[in-house]
Write a protein that binds this ligand. Structure first.
Ligand SMILES: Nc1ncnc2c1ncn2[C@@H]1O[C@H](COP(=O)(O)OP(=O)(O)OP(=O)(O)O)[C@@H](O)[C@H]1O
Ligand SMILES: [Mg+2]
Length: 269
């Protein structure tokens, strides 16, 4: 399998978040630029929201990666749901607080005013739907005191409209909604990912008809697209090893795309 034409493409679609793998898609890049300038405005809190798999964590990691070259940024990718731990960890990471005891909000704000950063440190909170309202209120107070600037991501679900919740309704929130990709965007996503890694032959196999099918099956969701492409290239790698004559290198076979979709549970056999 080492020399398979499809082993590299397969790896590219493993569903992980790494800012180095960020692909520029016009609408997303536009949002990202807005996000980057919003972050420098005082007092606003920024909310990135959207359905699972729309790229929230990816944007947050990219922001972390880009901003940390110039200023203090701290990323909390696994929520710290205990209120005491939350303040202590932040104090530790941002102000070098070494004590292991819990700290109050007042102590926290005192620490903040004692340390002078040229720019307000930025804290990125992924999966913020897991934080309690009480903790969200503390986060708002810290932001109001201009001690820290927060960017948070939030899951949007069908049954619960979290954005409608009271504390996100106030004007301090600037919200950015991420969407699934359109067929054109999905094409750019898949092609750019392959081309960035010099997988030209495989990129050439994907025609507009193929994209239409992939787009219909995944509804343009990046995570589902990753899973589908991973499964599809695994299938191609298998054929290449066992039945190379079954592969047409001019285009992807719709039948194989559907087999991969069944395998990933996107459609039922
Ligand atoms: N602009 C992009 N460039 C490259 N990969 C991307 C981009 N946007 C999304 N992805 C890919 O899509 C996958 C899903 O994105 P991500 O994990 O950021 O979604 P999410 O909105 O955080 O989902 P959840 O709500 O479930 O946490 C990621 O693993 C990543 O590989
Ligand atoms: Mg996420």
């Amino acid at each position: 399998m080492e020399h398979s034409l499809f082993s590299k493409p397969k790896e590219l679609f493993i569903d992980i978040v790494n800012p180095r793998d960020y692909v520029q898609i016009d609408s997303v890049s536009h949002m990202y630029q807005n996000l980057k300038s919003s972050v420098q405005k005082p007092l606003k809190m920024i909310l990135l929201y959207g359905r699972p798999g729309t790229g929230k964590s990816m944007l947050l990691h990219k922001l972390h990666h880009d901003l940390s070259k110039h200023q203090k940024v701290f990323m909390v990718d696994i929520p710290i749901i205990d209120e005491n731990d939350f303040l202590r960890v932040l104090a530790q990471k941002i102000y070098g607080y070494v004590n292991r005891e819990a700290i109050t909000l007042t102590t926290f704000l005192e620490l903040a005013s004692a340390v002078n950063y040229p720019q307000t440190p930025i804290v990125l909170l992924d999966e913020a739907q897991l934080y309690s309202s009480a903790l969200m209120e503390k986060i708002r107070l810290i932001s109001d005191a201009r001690a820290l600037k927060f960017v948070i991501t939030l899951h949007k679900t069908d049954d619960e409209d979290i954005i409608a919740k009271e504390h996100f309704q106030t004007r301090i929130w600037e919200s950015i909604e991420l969407q699934n990709a359109s067929p054109e965007e999905l094409k750019i996503y898949i092609q750019k990912k392959l081309l960035k890694s010099n997988c030209f032959d495989v990129a050439n196999m994907i025609n507009d008809k193929n994209i239409k099918i992939i787009s219909r099956l995944t509804k343009g969701n990046y995570r589902d697209a990753n899973k589908l492409m991973f499964s599809l290239f695994s299938l191609y790698a298998w054929f290449e090893e066992h039945h190379p004559s079954k592969i047409n290198y001019n285009s992807l076979k719709p039948k194989y795309i559907e087999m991969a979709a069944i395998h990933t549970g996107l459609i039922h056999a």
